[in-house]
Design a binder for this molecule. Structure first.
Ligand code: PEP
Length: 267
């Protein structure tokens, strides 16, 4: 974490919670953080519900003027038309989404989302005025071969090579080694830092220091309140993308509080 970037704690709910459960969760998270005098200016909090819950979350956030941001977990690459089951970036932007997760390993695995499609999703999200949270990261096989950094940086590069400086600085990159997602096998702080630093160095080479220093790089993969402090203490780790632990409201609130405490104690 660097003082130049506001850390982001983002929950990826995947296919969990209907709209009533989502509303209840957001309300409770807001209460827990309010009771803790949480300072949203120093640490940003965001949730990524399913498509069916986004409208309910929007209504609650707007009615109660909550400081919690929200977004979606994927997006169509086209804007409208005969694409059954798809949801466009404009539709998400009109629901007040700030972020869209792009290229999550589960999307890459279970859906036909190849590199070209991911580039198009990033472009669609940016065009609609939102920010993509681009997920990259190696499998255990790539790690065993020792090519993990080249792999993650290559995934970033595939997307960034066609972006302008203005577009690139809106990217959020989540380094999520596939072997750490949902497994309880968390990357060590050094491993997370090494990958985040490699990604930032590549951004620096492509776009220069001004852009590279702005882009937030998150770590994702079995984050919990037990490992969050050490991870956020790394200079290039600017927050978290959290799956399992983001489904437990007390645990997520704790991660938010620990992140804030670590950030403020180091500023
Ligand atoms: C994720 O799915 O983005 C993720 C990081 O999951 P988990 O925290 O459960 O490993």
């Amino acid at each position: 974490m660097s003082s130049a970037r506001i850390p982001l704690v983002a929950g990826n709910w995947k296919m969990n919670f209907d709209h009533l459960e989502a509303t209840y969760f957001v309300q409770k998270l807001a209460w827990l953080l309010r009771d803790a005098h949480f300072d949203y200016k120093q640490v940003e909090v965001a949730l990524m519900p399913t498509f069916t819950s986004i409208r309910s979350v929007q209504v609650l956030v707007e009615a109660d003027k909550l400081r919690i941001n929200y977004g979606a977990q994927s997006v169509s690459v086209t804007n409208q038309g005969a694409f059954t089951g798809d949801v466009s970036a404009d539709m998400l932007a009109h629901l007040g989404c700030t972020y869209v997760i792009v290229g999550h390993s589960e999307r890459r695995k279970y859906h036909p989302e190849d590199d070209a499609n991911i580039v198009d999703q990033v472009r669609a999200v940016l065009t609609a005025g939102m920010q993509p949270i681009l997920c990259v990261g190696e499998s255990m096989e790539e790690r065993r071969k020792g090519i993990q950094l080249d792999f993650a940086v290559g995934q970033v590069h595939d997307v960034t090579r066609d972006l302008s400086d203005e577009e690139a600085e809106k990217l959020i990159i989540a380094y999520e080694p596939v072997w750490a997602i949902g497994t309880g096998l968390v990357a060590t702080p050094d491993t997370a830092q090494e990958a985040a630093n490699a990604v930032r160095s590549d951004l620096r080479q492509t776009f220069g220091a001004k852009v590279a220093d702005k882009v937030r790089i998150l770590y994702g993969g079995s984050v919990s309140s037990k490992n969050a402090v050490e991870l956020i203490g790394q200079p290039d780790v600017d927050g978290f993308l959290i799956g399992g632990a983001s489904l437990k409201v007390d645990e997520l609130a704790k991660i938010c509080r620990l992140t804030l405490k670590t950030v403020t104690s180091r500023r």
